[in-house]
Design a protein around this ligand. Structure first.
Ligand code: ADP
Ligand code: 3PG
Ligand code: MG
Length: 395
């Protein structure tokens, strides 16, 4: 990697300010319901501790819009971190200012880790304000970005802060760049992209960027219906984007020109309304009036699985159906299972819902890499330069 990493710093007896992405889901009792992002930050935190550093973590949680909102405190995430580290962790009352200085003065060998309060309680965080960034920088001797999931945001704790401290990548950021970057820059071939999810418009940049790099694209989920529609196939009442039909046509034309096969569903699980109890019917290639597609059908699963058989690199973004409802989760589960069993293939999962989907099937441990980024991994796959990566010091 061309950027400095945490390994380039001499951390002994220093304070390292690490931007993490602890933007984790909480239930109504403010318990963390998915701690993957916290777990993913542990290697960097543990490394800093092993090297004799004190660790000051900072993150946002939710979108409090520039003012303190108690339900968006980082306290629940800090509690979970403390359990995972098996150490007391200091929860600061704020992220800048004299009180934080006092609280951080408590850092010692028995309590070497502190978490600042939600950065987005200040409007200056999202404004990438330099003065606010300077104040954040006062909390450390070195800055490390391990918040891949937030690195598409040019915010003070991600971008401006790097003007005030030597800045390097943490292990999670490095790993994300390695797997997402290698997949799109020098993939082992055949390279297959699986795209799905709810909207063409969300993923259009990804499809356009990937056409230049992949051998085949498999499209499922609601995205598929816009593509089927422009090919004159009946889609019944399935979700599709009327104003994206021209775009879908131009993508199909571009793929043809680049000799990239785009495979669309040949059958579907359909219902009369989106309800777990609704009776299902398998239909294909078209869908009858009054019904809508909620998952890919068995022939499509077979077609997609055959294509995946020989793949050496696979990127998957977007579930194949409404996987949150068990009767419509089969397509996504079958595809996830196929990826889990591929031999010698690099399998990379991007997108918040796709990651949640793979985790819900218990197959996350069998993928090469599951990105902790939602929007960030999409922007990376679109080929955009992420401000959080660009801002780090060169090696
Ligand atoms: P990611 O977060 O991984 O990028 P998206 O947000 O694009 O994925 O898409 C996930 C959503 O797409 C899920 O909530 C899923 O229920 C929905 N979805 C998938 N297939 C369909 C479908 N056929 N009809 C309606 N929604 C769908
Ligand atoms: C995410 O959850 O994708 C990141 O934490 C970024 O959050 P944001 O979309 O509120 O900037
Ligand atoms: Mg999503």
């Amino acid at each position: 990697m061309a950027k400095k990493t945490i390994c380039d710093f001499d951390l002994k007896n220093k304070r390292v300010l690490i931007r993490v992405d602890f933007n984790v889901p909480l239930d109504k009792n403010l318990h963390v319901t998915d701690d993957n992002r916290i777990r993913a930050s542990l290697p960097t935190i543990q490394y800093a501790l092993d090297k004799g550093a004190k660790v000051v973590l900072m993150s946002h949680l939710g979108r409090p819009e520039g003012k303190p909102v108690s339900s968006m405190s980082l306290t629940p995430a800090t509690k979970r971190l403390s359990e995972l580290l098996k150490k007391d962790v200091i929860q600061c009352s704020d992220c800048v200012g004299p009180r934080v200085k006092d609280e951080l003065s408590e850092l010692d060998n028995s309590k070497p880790v502190a978490v600042l309060e939600n950065l987005r309680f200040y409007p200056d965080e999202e404004k990438n304000n330099a003065e606010f960034a300077r104040k954040l920088a006062e909390n450390g001797d070195y800055y490390v970005n391990d918040a891949f999931g937030s690195s598409h945001r040019a915010h003070a704790s991600i971008a401006a802060v790097t003007q005030y401290l030597p800045a390097a990548a943490g292990f999670l950021l490095e790993k994300e760049i390695k797997y997402l970057g290698e997949a799109i820059q020098k993939p082992k071939k055949p390279f297959v992209a699986i795209l799905g999810g709810s909207k063409v418009s969300d993923k259009i940049g990804v499809v356009e960027n990937l056409i230049a790099k992949v051998d085949k694209i498999l499209i499922g989920g609601a995205m598929a219906y816009t593509f089927l529609k422009v090919q004159g196939i009946d889609i019944g009442d399935s979700k599709y984007e009327k104003d994206k039909t021209d775009l879908a046509k131009s993508i199909l034309a571009k793929a043809k020109e680049k000799k990239v096969d785009i495979l669309l569903p040949v059958d579907h699980v359909t219902v009369q309304k989106v309800d777990e109890a609704a009776p299902i019917k398998i239909e294909g290639p078209g869908i009858s009036p009054g019904r809508l597609g909620v998952d890919i059908g068995p022939k499509t699963i077979e077609l997609f699985n055959q294509t995946l058989d020989t793949a050496k690199t696979v990127i998957w973004n977007g579930p194949m159906g409404i996987f949150e409802m068990k009767p419509f989760s089969n397509g996504s589960r079958e595809i996830a299972t196929k990826l889990a069993h591929l031999k010698d293939a690099v399998t990379v999962i991007g997108g918040g819902d796709t990651a949640a989907c793979v985790i819900s099937f218990g197959l996350d441990g069998q993928m090469t890499h599951i990105s902790t980024g939602g929007g960030a991994s999409l922007e990376y796959l679109e080929g955009k330069v992420l401000p959080g990566i660009a801002a780090l010091s060169e090696k």
